[in-house]
Design a binder for this molecule. Structure first.
Ligand code: 1PR
Length: 535
């Protein structure tokens, strides 16, 4: 096609490229999907958002002849933009379940980040670039952050130096983007990097003359601490899907009618938090444990609509587990998650089912490969699997009273207790299980979770600050990122949790819903206190 408003998209069906589609459409372009290798050769401009794992992607490219077409297209210096795995596949090989051969257009091997250096893997979040050569599409980035999510990366070398247009520091200095002529590829996600990311796509799609030059000086920077807005969603008594918020997980008004608290509409609030500068938005379907989520089509619709206007990562949780419906049709947790990913989720979050899986794993010491965590992370990658922990504080006088890891409290319990362990719960805090938050966190990391969302029932909705003791214990115990949650009531609470623990992100709900503190104020306060954030 010669139509200027058409973009050819190479989607080989391995995962969610919905957000790339949404971003392209948001910029006013139409999408033509690649069906045959010829569509690649005939493209006016081609975007290749690689998703999933390296080996299966190469299999598809090799078996369909698309790999060969891609090589020809790129060698002819035609307009190309690879994203994430779409960058990695250009290299000679990858260590991901490998070595596996790549397209071999750029010298070098894609390897795994080394978590022994004290850097959490996956590398998730907003980081800054060192721009090393003129790359045109990065011209609006300056020293603003872009969103990364990956465990593997390509490294700069003498042999690939002429390709590199920017690098990023995360333990190692790795390749953040390449450019040669009209061929570009980026390791970060422009479609998830807010306004800055959309500008990268815009610069790729539009001829140079139609863009205003506005280049800024750049300074090096490091991974930013994330501020996440969380929407607890459920159906109210009238049957409408509403954003609600509990006090210690109790979401009913304790007035005459005892209704579910209604704090607004999920899609509208998500769009507002995106505009306000949230680094991510999470939806938790808090009654998902009792309803079948694929029957719960409104939630899928919420995701579809939200992802049309929200260009930062979206997480969805609630009810992700194996399920047999009333017609005896069995759905695996992977099928449930796939439906969420197809509807626009970047990550799914597992609560109750992760507790069952961890208990089983600790009892048998065997990884069956069948748990929801294992199944979903194998197909979509660890970075797409969050485990949400809902622990309750259990006070103790003597740590040897329990088999679970306990901690000495900074603030004593109600009866002068000096210690506590944190009991995991399921079904929205309704049932306590014989496993601690510490044991659970370590087990789910081994099973393949890529991130932990750490709530605390005692602190939820109280506005008195995060449970720093708990968050420190868990973020020191695992090498995947930990999101601190529950209890934020003031900007100082965010500084507190980031300066006293190794949390990578902080999540809040009530203060944002009640409009007590805007997200911007939280970010400005953190910045003032010397904590790196995305502004
Ligand atoms: O068990 O896989 O179906 O997942 C259920 C999910 O729903 C879990 O992630 C669980 O945390 C969540 N959930 C279940 N019941 C409730 C409830 O409130 N009754 N909400 C619930 C959890 C906690 C946070 C909250 C923070 C911050 N809400 O999401 O947003 O505590 O609040 P704050 O800043 O106002 O203090 P499954």
């Amino acid at each position: 096609s010669n139509d200027d408003s058409v973009v050819t998209l190479l989607d080989y069906g391995a995962g969610n490229v919905r957000s790339v589609r949404n971003a392209i459409r948001h910029l006013g372009f139409q999408i033509k999907d690649v069906q045959t290798p010829k569509d690649i050769l005939n493209a006016r401009r081609l975007i290749f958002p690689g998703v999933g794992a390296f080996a299966p992607a190469m299999d598809v490219l090799n078996n369909t002849g698309m790999g060969e077409a891609l090589c020809t297209y790129i060698q002819n210096d035609r307009p190309f933009l690879g994203i994430c795995l779409g960058l990695q596949l250009l290299f000679e090989s990858s260590e991901e379940n490998g070595p596996v051969g790549g397209l071999g257009l750029i010298p070098g091997v894609v390897g795994r980040f080394d978590s022994s250096k004290g850097f959490r893997v996956p590398h998730i979040g907003w980081n800054a670039l060192q721009i090393t050569k003129d790359s045109e599409i990065l011209d609006d980035i300056g020293n603003r952050h872009v969103y990364f999510v990956h465990s593997y990366r390509a490294m700069p070398s003498k042999e690939n130096k002429d390709w590199i247009s920017s690098t990023c520091n995360y333990g190692d200095e790795f390749i953040a983007s390449v450019r040669k002529g009209k061929v570009h590829a980026v390791q970060f996600h422009p479609e998830k990097s807010g306004d800055v990311g959309l500008s990268v796509l815009r610069r790729f799609l539009l001829p140079k003359s139609s863009l205003t030059e506005k280049r800024t000086e750049r300074k090096a920077s490091k991974l930013a601490k994330r501020v996440i807005a969380c929407l607890d969603v459920r159906t109210n008594d009238e049957g409408d899907l509403v954003v609600t918020k509990g006090d210690q997980y109790d979401v009913r008004e304790h007035a005459e009618k005892n209704e579910v608290r209604n704090l607004g509409k999920p899609v509208e609030l998500a769009a507002q938090y995106y505009r306000d500068g949230a680094d991510e938005v999470s939806f938790l379907n808090i009654t998902g444990f009792r309803d079948f989520p694929l029957g719960d089509l409104p939630m899928l619709q919420v995701l579809r609509s939200a992802s049309e206007n929200v260009f930062v990562p979206l997480t969805v949780g609630g009810g992700i587990r194996d399920f047999t419906d009333s017609n005896d049709r069995y759905y695996s947790s992977l099928e449930v998650a796939s439906e969420y990913f197809r509807s626009g989720a970047d990550k799914i979050s597992i609560g109750s089912d992760a507790v069952h899986a961890a208990e089983e794993y600790l009892k048998t010491k065997v990884k069956t490969g069948k748990s929801s965590i294992e199944q979903i992370s194998r197909v979509y990658g660890n970075q797409a699997v969050v485990v949400s922990i809902d622990p309750r504080r259990m006070y103790l006088n003597d740590p040897s009273d329990v088999e679970f890891k306990s901690i000495r409290l900074t603030k004593q319990g109600p009866n002068g207790e000096e210690y506590a362990w944190y009991q995991c719960t399921i079904n929205g805090g309704r049932e306590g299980r014989p496993i601690g938050a510490y044991e659970l966190a370590k087990a789910v990391e081994e099973l393949g979770a890529g991130e932990i969302l750490l709530n605390c029932i005692d602190c939820d909705g109280q506005g008195k600050g995060f449970d720093v003791d708990l968050i420190k214990m868990i973020s020191d115990a695992v090498s995947i990122p930990v999101i601190a949650s529950s209890g934020a009531g003031a900007v100082e609470h965010f500084t507190d949790v980031f300066s006293k623990t190794n949390a990578s992100a902080a999540l809040a709900a009530g203060i944002f819903h009640r409009k007590e503190v805007p997200i911007r104020s939280v970010k400005e306060h953190l910045l003032k206190e010397g904590i790196e954030v995305r502004i």
